[in-house]
Design a protein around this ligand. Structure first.
Ligand SMILES: N[C@@H](CCC(=O)N[C@@H](CS)C(=O)NCC(=O)O)C(=O)O
Length: 192
């Protein structure tokens, strides 16, 4: 169950409708003034930023073994999550959210950002392919919250115009992930 909750968070499956910009409306905006998804409401307060939320879930469900406790191993896990959040996700956002960086009227700049996405997102996946994934999972032999996070973003490859075949380990990881019951359940909940 905790793995399922984790996956749903990592995949931003909050039930918010992006098309009608529900995440910019007042109820949600009060919770997360950054107007971004995900947001986790806890008994102690509100959490935003995916790496922070994932680490929190892993720590409140220690029996789920979603994160190592040894400082270096945990830092490596956070290194990976931070790379997705701060580099890969930001590169991906240049395809649909160029207006964050330039005025939307500047169609030349918007298009230039979109044109760069296959290269910039592809470069981030190249780094992941070469540096991580030395076992069945991101952290090697052990499943962790890095796996649903990677799975979520690797499902953007095709729409970002990146050649999936160039990344056999990421492709194999995706195939491994969809076989997990929790992932199947999360995907079904997302499309319901
Ligand atoms: N740094 C944040 C980024 C969150 C983020 O940008 N989420 C996207 C969802 S893929 C979003 O909220 N997009 C809506 C928008 O930009 O209006 C994190 O890692 O949680």
């Amino acid at each position: 169950v905790n793995d399922l909750a984790l996956f749903q968070l990592a995949s931003y499956s909050t039930g918010l409708d992006f098309k009608s910009a529900e995440h910019q409306q007042s109820d949600y905006a009060q919770l997360n003034p950054k107007l971004r998804v995900p947001t986790l409401v806890t008994e102690q307060g509100v959490l935003t930023e995916t790496p922070a939320i994932l680490a929190f879930i892993a720590q409140i469900f220690p029996k789920s073994d979603l994160a190592p406790t040894a400082p270096f191993a945990f830092a490596k896990l956070q290194e990976f999550a931070s790379y997705i959040a701060s580099t890969l996700h930001v590169a991906h956002a240049h395809r649909m959210r160029g207006h964050r960086w330039v005025d939307p009227e500047n169609t030349i700049a918007i298009k230039a950002m979109q044109d760069k996405v296959p290269t910039s997102v592809g470069g981030a996946f190249e780094y992941i392919e070469q540096t991580y994934l030395n076992g069945p999972f991101v952290m090697g032999e052990t499943y962790s919250y890095a796996d649903p996070y990677l799975f979520t973003v690797s499902r953007w490859l095709e729409s970002d115009g990146v050649e999936v075949a160039a990344f056999p380990k990421i492709q194999a990881h995706r195939e491994r992930m969809v076989e997990r019951q929790t992932v199947k359940a999360a995907l079904a909940a997302q499309s319901a």
